[in-house]
Design a protein around this ligand. Sequence first.
Ligand SMILES: [Zn+2]
Ligand SMILES: [Zn+2]
Length: 386
Amino acid sequence: MGIYKVRNKEHVFMYKTKAYSAGSATARLASTTIPRRDPTTRDVQIEILFCGICHSDLHSVRNEWSSVMPTVYPIVPGHEIVGRVTKVGSAVTKFKAGDIAAVGCLVDSDQTCPKCQAGLENFCPNLTLTFNSPDRHKTAPVTYGGYSDSIVVDERFVLRVPSNLDLAGAAPLLCAGITTYSPLRYHGVTKGKKVGVVGLGGLGHMAVKLAHAFGAYVVVFTTSPNKKEDALRLGADEVVVSRNANEMQKHTGSFDFILDAVSAEHDINAYINLLGLDGNLTLVGAPPKPLAVSSFALIFGRRSVSGSNIGGLPETQEMLDFCGQHNITADVEVIAMQQVNEAYERLLRSDVKYRFSIDMASLKSEQASEASARTPQPRVFQPAIG
Ligand SMILES: [Zn+2]
Ligand SMILES: [Zn+2]
């Protein structure tokens, strides 16, 4: 049931697929249909099985990053996508129908700039994000993400998922996983290194699992003592309650690397002081206001503070393969698509261990309900799980 559309003199073949979208910054996410392009020669069409809920989904839906990337409505968020290939274009070589595949935060880039040449598409000045980016294929004004029944993506931006991984837990690897894997690798975290993780949420819990698998000595910093047991279960060797000055002081000058995943305002100098010579603190959380950095804390010890943003395609595949070898997935609470608004409220309260993963079968059952609603009977949405 393709739709034929001419836009800017270019011919685009499209089909419609079920999705959840928000119409404004204050609207709830609700059921809708969106256009997707028919797969072109290099495209892979994926039936989405699971999509993780990332905090940036919520920021974008509520237009909280309007100064950096204003939201175009309607928005269909979601960039932690795992699914089954249903159709491939004639030039596709990496995938065939039936394969399990994944899509993360990127769906395209210029593929010509030095960053793309180096496999760092995540830093390409002309990248296309999975949602809320201008759509190069002109199927819609902006790209639509993974809260949807299917997606069509250039095969160069589609990743392979190791067959042993649980798919609901694998979905968050596509953002939370690579966001933490990349800086750990870049800063040489290996056996024998002492690594700190600040904040035990969606990102932090992945960092603990990955740093532990790299063989590092992992210390979790948390404000809530009741997270101690969970941190140890996830792979931490030690847990420090950051409000306890004595506990903090014991670690002064001893860390090789600290990953800071806190997105609220906090004093990063307290952590910089825990770094050893040439130690680095990398920020992956994004507090809304600038953080104050003490020059003295950096100067004494040649320490550095830096940032990191997801990862390129080659490294994202490397991360998935590493997770396959070590059987690492995110700890997830699987929800139905219909529970997404409630999940957002819980996300704001950090009331999730540690990531929501949407079971897209729930969206299919909604389609069935809609179809049956054409006959005069009440519309009942039946979540598959929950
Ligand atoms: Zn994300
Ligand atoms: Zn580029």
